[in-house]
Design a protein around this ligand. Structure first.
Ligand SMILES: [Zn+2]
Length: 274
């Protein structure tokens, strides 16, 4: 299957290819659920519309240089009635602030330069994967090339409890961004035929007022560790996705709550703490 911008997020593409987000959607340690992941792949469940996604798309359209088209295609971003008719709604007015902050920082523009929204596919762990690099600079003179991912986030800090490990972790680990960067680096390495990985970068801008922003880079050690984590879980994910193994329900996510049938009455002490 040939991937393009218009079919990259399609159900057909998600059936054929594994992706960073699909992989994590199977793993409870990243807030995933096998039952929900399969329901999505089979077209039986869709995530509810989410303002956070729209903010992300808005800022990505800026990075791609297609913000005018994006605005024209999303009239819902603008107030249609009242005194503010024709003006961007409050949350999207704030997107412009986020973009201004990025635009006025020379190092951000340097990190986000290059080709935009580059789609690549490669076989990894015996299955086809798809990635989309927000910005791609494989050649940087004498230096190792880089690619960059643009993220919008509620805030920069914050600690998240990891139930499995019994430790607090930062949002980079919590959302599995190291896994994403490692998968992107490895797919790019395979596609380019280069021996070494590019250096993954992440440009983060927060939704705070005024927005905070940061550029983070990842090293080869964390790429190796993260690919090892993918390797540890991938056989189970493959078995479930191919239908060989029944998906497990997490009984907590929106899909499981919406389709729940109680099988057993619980003793009051059985309710979990997390
Ligand atoms: Zn679930």
């Amino acid at each position: 299957m040939k991937l393009t911008k218009s079919n990259y997020f399609s159900q057909e593409a998600n059936r054929h290819y594994m992706s960073n987000s699909q992989f994590k959607s199977f793993l409870p340690s990243y807030g995933g659920c096998e039952a929900q992941a399969m329901a999505k792949i089979n077209g039986e469940y869709e995530d509810p519309p989410n303002k956070a996604f729209e903010v992300g798309h808005y800022v990505h359209a800026w990075n791609e240089g297609t913000l005018d088209d994006f605005k024209a295609n999303n009239p819902n971003l603008y107030a249609s009635t009242g005194k503010t008719a024709g003006q961007p709604k409050t949350e999207f007015k704030h997107c412009n602030k986020m973009i201004e902050i990025l635009e006025s920082d020379p190092l951000v523009l340097k990190a986000l330069a290059g080709r935009k929204e580059v789609i690549m596919t490669a076989e990894l762990f015996g299955i086809p994967w798809k990635v989309m690099l927000d910005s791609y600079q494989p050649i940087l003179g004498e230096d190792t090339g880089i690619f960059a991912d643009l993220k919008t986030s509620k805030e920069m800090g914050g600690k998240f409890w990891n139930t499995e490990m019994g430790v607090y972790e930062n949002f980079i680990h919590h959302y599995g961004y190291t896994i994403q960067m490692a998968l992107y680096a490895e797919v790019e390495r395979l596609v380019s035929g280069r021996e070494n990985w590019l250096l993954p970068h992440m440009v983060i801008v927060t939704k705070q007022d005024p927005p905070d922003h940061e550029i983070i880079y990842f090293d080869y050690d964390v790429i190796e560790q993260s690919l090892h984590i993918v390797g540890k879980h991938i056989e189970r994910v493959k078995a479930v996705k191919s239908g060989m193994v029944e998906p497990t329900r997490c009984d907590k996510c929106a899909y499981c709550r919406g389709t729940k049938k109680i099988k057993k009455i619980k003793h009051f002490s059985e309710l979990s703490l997390y």
